[in-house]
Design a protein. Structure first.
Length: 281
């Protein structure tokens, strides 16, 4: 499965640019007799913000580049939760992600799949199994057995949870009671239409913190990391549950370099990080 658009997670250190787009080629299915298709490189099929719609084509703006794309006869067009019969059902201003191909070596570039979502949403671009994806990040203000309400600068987003949702607050749990009011929460969500219902897609994370830099103090139970980039020092608590992803405990030395991902204890009243994953350089 391929995901496109902004995203961030603990496994990628949660510090990816939330607006970074990831583009890959996808196989396209068609009914009846399929015509051989030559995939187009992603940089020639960019999509972007939809600025014009015609019966057989669309025009999109990606950064400062404006491009008009024509549709292949069997193109799949998906808009806000459902397949639609043609481009005239699309909405100006939506973000569009597209896949293109040629039916012959020197033929025109044609759209084979177009997905339209609201601005800042991403997509799982698997033909005939398309999903809109977003992220919900902020401070947890209320919790019910099947929802989490998160406050951020844009307002409140409500995350719907299911029996498959897991929760990380220094460790993985299936109990939503693991989370506390005031926690800094983040989750990738599936966007449901109509109504823009946000449902957690996997794990909900709380109070994830990162420290990277030079070790300026070290004892058997903790170390202090000084970050030149952020001009700050963070105390890191060490215990037997921390996983050394690179190197081992013997490599921790004063003056050495390390990176830590773990649980930020400041919401619990302690100015420290409890390490869960450690990289020693």
């Amino acid at each position: 499965m391929t995901f496109h658009g902004p995203g961030r997670s603990r496994t990628d250190h949660r510090f990816l640019n939330a607006r970074q787009f990831l583009f890959v080629c996808a196989a396209v299915f068609c009914g009846g007799r399929c015509v051989a298709q030559i995939p187009i490189p992603p940089d020639q099929c960019l999509g972007g913000s939809l600025i014009a719609i015609q019966p057989d084509s669309v025009t999109a703006k990606f950064n400062d580049k404006i491009t008009t794309y024509r549709f292949a006869p069997d193109a799949e067009i998906w808009s806000r939760g459902a397949d639609v019969r043609g481009p005239m059902h699309l909405t100006i201003g939506d973000q569009v992600y597209i896949r293109c191909a040629r039916t012959e070596a020197n033929g025109p570039v044609l759209i084979t799949v177009l997905v339209a979502v609201e601005q800042e949403d991403a997509v799982s671009l698997e033909p005939h199994h398309i999903r809109a994806i977003s992220v919900c990040i902020g401070k947890l203000v209320t919790r019910t057995p099947d929802t989490l309400s998160v406050q951020n600068e844009k307002g409140v987003c409500v995350i719907h949870t299911t029996e498959r949702t897991t929760y990380w607050r220094g460790g993985v749990s299936h109990d939503p009671g693991t989370l506390k009011t005031g926690d800094e929460v983040s989750a990738r969500v599936i966007v449901g239409y109509p109504g823009r219902v946000l449902t957690a897609d996997g794990e909900v994370e709380a109070n994830v913190a990162k420290a990277e830099g030079r070790i300026v103090a070290l004892d058997s139970r903790s170390m202090v990391i000084e970050s030149d980039r952020w001009q700050e020092r963070r105390t890191v608590l060490l215990d037997a549950h921390a996983e050394f992803v690179q190197g081992d405990r013997s490599g921790l030395k004063r003056g050495g370099q390390a990176m830590v991902i773990g649980l930020d204890l400041r919401p619990d009243g302690t100015d420290a990080i409890r390490a869960t994953r450690i990289w020693v350089y």
